[in-house]
Design a binder for this molecule. Structure first.
Ligand SMILES: CC(C)(COP(=O)(O)OP(=O)(O)OC[C@H]1O[C@@H](n2cnc3c(N)ncnc32)[C@H](O)[C@@H]1OP(=O)(O)O)[C@@H](O)C(=O)NCCC(=O)NCCS
Length: 168
């Protein structure tokens, strides 16, 4: 059994349990991944995220149900988001905002001064969420997503305490 990493309080005071990714979570994470991304990671790509010393990979649960997952890698004072997913039936209820604020807190504790990510150019829900959370576009990677040949928009959010208070 995975060890509980943290508890966060979600909308309507619901208790959300946070674990670091373990092998026992992979089937459920992979099922949500396939449902969520046209260029889904293979099951194998998740394995190095277990016990990854260069970052963390969180899985979020309400009771026994996986409700989302999110990972990052750290390099110097930079955190790079690798995955950011909310379970399809629970989207547009504030969970994405909650998980992103949680990531901000976690990476700041590890000394990150900025957080970077790539997002598919046509992924409007994610781009709207990131903009709302203070990310700025800093570039485009042409044809970054090999399977769909879509461009990636690169975004950055500086982790400044004054700015963060506006978003929590
Ligand atoms: C992107 C994602 C994580 C957002 O999660 P969520 O729980 O729906 O996010 P929230 O409910 O906190 O929404 C926050 C903001 O995001 C934007 N947003 C979310 N869904 C949206 C949609 N379908 N259309 C437009 N804007 C949307 C809005 O600006 C929203 O703010 P508002 O509620 O004040 O209007 C979710 O849609 C998801 O898991 N998508 C599939 C995986 C993915 O593409 N991840 C991004 C990888 S880069």
């Amino acid at each position: 059994m995975a060890e509980l990493y943290d508890i966060i309080i979600g909308p309507e005071n619901i208790e959300i349990k946070v674990y670091l990714l373990e092998e026992e979570h992979i089937d459920r994470v992979y099922a949500m991944e396939v449902e969520s991304y046209p260029d889904a990671w293979s099951r194998e790509l998740f394995l190095p995220e277990i016990n990854n010393r260069a970052g963390k990979f969180f899985v979020f649960f309400i009771e026994e149900n996986l409700i989302g997952y999110s990972g990052y890698w750290l390099g110097g004072d930079e955190a790079h988001i690798t995955k950011f997913t909310v379970a399809p039936p629970l989207r547009q209820r504030g969970l994405g905002t909650l998980f992103m604020n949680y990531l901000f807190e976690q990476v700041k504790k590890e000394g990150a001064k900025k957080i970077l990510l790539e997002v598919r150019e046509n992924n409007l829900p994610a781009r709207c969420l990131y903009e709302k959370m203070g990310f700025q576009t800093i570039g485009t990677r042409i044809g970054y997503y090999v399977r769909t040949r879509e461009n990636a928009v690169v975004m950055v959010r500086y982790l400044n305490d004054d700015i963060d208070e506006e978003h929590i």
